[in-house]
Write a protein that binds this ligand. Structure first.
Ligand code: MG
Length: 369
């Protein structure tokens, strides 16, 4: 299918409440939406690197610029039989995985829309439903957090993820563990620590966490391997895995025992599938992470999560968890599994942005023909 039109939108989607992590606070999620047109068929992709380059080296502004000035011109007019061919067309431009992901996820959506086949089938998945976890950012008080966790546990969420940063760390997790001794819990440090904090991570071992996610800097694999050698709790990499190449190195070094795979962070669904397969071969379980995308990007994550080696519950949230109104329609809602466990079904229909809402949220826009 020849790509004959590309529309890019840098959007800011206001959150119901700010999202607080080790690197700061976001009141709105900044993302790049990409519409690919081929004849009368069109499809949408999304990448959400946030407003500032704090989660990774990219921001939505830089991803929009790189996609507009370099990637879209490299892709326009091309016909790509596979995701790898599309990635090859963009490969001369180094890094910038979120920018590439906006185009890659749109290309996969285009394949789904043009063939009429559900996206998860195209990705090679056969499951129709997977469980999801509950996540909690930094809150005003530990009592507030415990109340929220209690609600999530009563609702049957199979695991809880807690943001972890200096001042919201060991005492917070200890209180959670005392209150909920049997819950599956893990923490996400968002690169907030170094090896000098080793003793803190060794103390965490006694709390029987499922994993500690991205404890060390975003550009590190070596120190994570050293840390993993000195603690019992499995290390999970998130920020550090930004390409297939880095995933292969992380596995070879023993930098982690879990991998969080986000399509945006690794350059799109094409690379996410390849990393999933590498982890499967290496015996490392994976789970799908999220960037608080609109329903458009969340549907891509949900389709990806149906692959077999995503064995830990995903970070996929219903639209109403973070947004008064989702940018895309239909909004994402959770579907309970057979025993009532919260989860998501494989998307049968890919959401598309609502025109009026897109207009309200757009900061800048470009069309490449
Ligand atoms: Mg993370």
């Amino acid at each position: 299918m020849k790509i004959d039109r590309i529309d890019l939108f840098h959007v800011a989607m206001p959150l119901i409440y700010p999202w607080r992590t080790a690197y700061g606070e976001d009141a709105a999620i900044h993302a790049v939406l990409c519409r690919l047109g081929s004849g009368s068929t069109e499809a949408w992709g999304e990448a959400a690197p946030f407003a500032a380059p704090c989660y990774s080296a990219e921001s939505a502004g830089t991803a929009f610029l790189v996609a507009r000035d370099w990637l879209a011109p490299a892709v326009i007019g091309g016909s790509f039989q596979t995701g790898e061919e599309l990635q090859q067309a963009m490969a001369v431009y180094k890094g910038n995985p979120f920018a590439k992901s906006a185009l890659d996820t749109a290309w996969w959506s285009l394949q789904s829309n043009s063939t009429g086949r559900p996206l998860h089938e195209l990705l090679g998945a056969s499951r129709q439903w997977v469980p999801v976890g509950a996540d909690f950012g930094v809150m005003d008080s530990i009592d507030d957090l415990l109340a929220e966790i209690d609600t999530a546990a009563q609702s049957g969420f199979p695991r809880i993820k807690l943001k972890f940063r200096p001042g919201w760390d060991l005492p917070m997790v200890r209180r959670v563990r005392e209150t909920f001794p049997d819950l599956t819990v893990h923490i996400d440090c968002n690169s907030g620590y170094t090896l000098e904090d080793l003793s803190q991570f060794q103390q965490l071992d006694e709390l029987q966490l499922a994993m500690v996610e991205q404890p060390l800097p975003y550009d590190d694999l070596h120190d994570h391997a050293r840390l993993q050698g000195q603690i019992q709790t499995p290390v999970c990499l998130d920020e550090s895995v930004r390409s297939i190449h880095l995933a292969r190195q992380a596995l070879a070094l023993g930098s982690c025992r879990y991998m969080n795979i986000k399509p945006g962070r690794v350059g799109g669904l094409t690379n996410a599938i390849a990393i999933h397969h590498l982890c499967l071969e290496a015996g490392i379980p994976c789970w799908v992470g999220g960037m608080l995308e609109s329903a458009c990007g969340s549907a891509h994550c949900a389709a990806l999560a149906m692959l077999d080696n995503f064995t830990y519950p995903a970070d996929i949230f219903p639209s109403n968890r973070f947004y008064h109104q989702d940018l895309a329609d239909p909004p994402l809602s959770l579907s309970p599994g057979p025993d009532g466990t919260p989860g998501v079904a494989a998307p049968q229909q890919l959401p598309v942005p609502l025109q009026e809402r897109l207009g309200q949220c757009t900061l800048q826009q470009a069309t490449i023909r």
